[in-house]
Design a protein around this ligand. Structure first.
Ligand code: C2O
Ligand code: CU
Ligand code: CU
Length: 407
């Protein structure tokens, strides 16, 4: 039987102690950064009562969840919730996966200051691993005195906002404990304003089992995976040996702003062994391809034009039930994580080549000077939607467009 999951989220100012003895004024849901994890099963209804105790308006967006348009939490579908006001969100969760919720008002500041959390939707057929953990990857930009650096300087408009403090679940480079011999499901979310994370777990092999829109058809072995802002990945991690110490780090990556150094997010400390009954099945789910190889696009989106035309762009409507094949063309000198609200898409081609595996996505990195073809099917949820670059400073600058889904 579907359940009703009722949650109260109180957005408030807190003192955010991100490292022992180091704090900044943060914004938090229920006093926690990240905010409380919302957990539900497929088919449940989630009801969230947001109370805004911040000194500025806010809204909540349910990133990746196929909500009705009116519940999308953007200013296109609701007036922002003012200080002292409340708003009730109510929607069903139709798909299992790792999602997240975050402010969709003055995002560059509100996400940097901590207004985000995970939303996990489970299915009875999920693989059984020994344990599960949620990892929010983030960073903080401080000034030379250790205070939050001011928002919106010219450089940030173009390059985005990246800071030197790397956070895992709201703490600077913490230690994580894992029992030897066990295999865990890690649900990883890039909640940063701008930071790309080419994630490595000490160079050890791991298994990718899911992305934005839930499980992959088959598990994929890897030693690294790129997460860009907004993206999620589910991994099967382990087993490790007792007393190992393994760094979770970002490997060098050039998103068009020069190659970043290797950087640590956390250290995994392997403790005494525990029994394991973890099993990653060879088939995780079935995904039908939306289009055949070679399907022609019916729309081209120039990311350069999207970036430079500024606010309130309106794209052509889409009709419910009409297959969409879009070419995302990035002529600019930097990578842009393209995010579509409310619907999952499949990657059809990356620079003309088939992607390595089929998956449901809501955010995809389009590397500089490249193009990505996606396909998606507007199901029957008419209303106002949007797509945008998930580098929040680019979104704020107007790298976005509104469109309507019509019947
Ligand atoms: Cu997480 Cu409009 O996005
Ligand atoms: Cu979204
Ligand atoms: Cu961008």
């Amino acid at each position: 039987m579907p359940d009703l999951v009722a949650v109260e989220l109180d957005a408030q100012e807190i003192t955010w102690e991100f490292a022992p003895g180091r704090s900044i004024p943060g914004f938090a849901f229920n006093g926690e950064i990240p905010g409380p994890t919302i957990e539900a099963s497929v088919g449940d209804t989630i009801e969230v009562r947001l109370r805004n105790n911040l000194p500025q308006p806010t809204t909540i967006h349910w990133h990746g969840v196929r909500v009705p348009a009116a519940m999308d939490g953007t200013e296109a579908v609701q007036p922002p919730v003012g200080p002292g006001e409340t708003f009730e969100y109510r929607f069903e969760v139709p798909d299992a996966g790792t999602y997240w919720y975050h402010s969709h008002t003055n995002e560059t500041e509100q996400l940097e200051r901590g207004l985000y959390g995970a939303l996990i939707v489970r299915d009875p057929s999920d693989p059984n691993l020994d344990a599960e953990r949620i990892l929010h990857l983030d960073d903080l930009k401080l000034d030379p005195h250790g205070d939050l650096a001011p928002f919106g300087d010219e450089h940030e408009h173009h390059a985005g906002r990246e800071g030197d403090v790397r956070l895992l679940n709201g703490r600077q480079e913490p230690d994580l404990d894992i029992p030897a011999g066990t295999v865990e499901r890690w649900r990883i979310i890039d909640t940063a304003n701008t930071r790309f994370v080419r994630l490595s777990i000490g160079g050890r092999p791991f298994t990718i089992i899911g992305t934005d829109g839930g499980l992959l058809p088959q598990p994929v072995s890897a030693t690294e995976v790129l997460l860009t802002p907004g993206e999620r990945v589910d991994l099967a991690v382990g087993p490790f040996e007792e007393r190992e110490s393994i760094e979770l780090e970002a490997l060098p990556y050039d998103r068009g702003k020069g190659e970043t150094p290797r950087e640590r997010f956390a250290t995994l400390q392997v403790g005494s062994p525990a029994a394991s009954s973890a099993q990653v099945p060879e088939t995780l789910r079935h995904i039908d391809p939306l289009v055949e190889e070679g399907a022609e696009p019916n729309r081209t989106i120039s990311l350069k034009a999207l970036m430079h035309e500024g606010h309130h762009q309106r794209a052509e409507p889409v009709r419910v039930g009409d297959l969409q094949v879009w070419d995302l063309v990035n002529e600019t000198g930097q990578d842009h994580p393209f995010h579509l609200h409310g619907f999952f898409f499949q990657i059809v081609q990356e620079n003309g080549a088939m992607p390595p595996f089929l998956a449901w996505k809501d955010t995809v990195n389009v590397p500089r000077k490249s193009q990505t073809r996606i396909a998606w099917l507007p199901d029957d949820r008419p209303g106002e939607w949007m797509y945008h670059c998930h580098i929040l400073e680019h979104h704020a600058m107007g790298m976005m467009a509104h469109f309507e889904a019509v019947r």
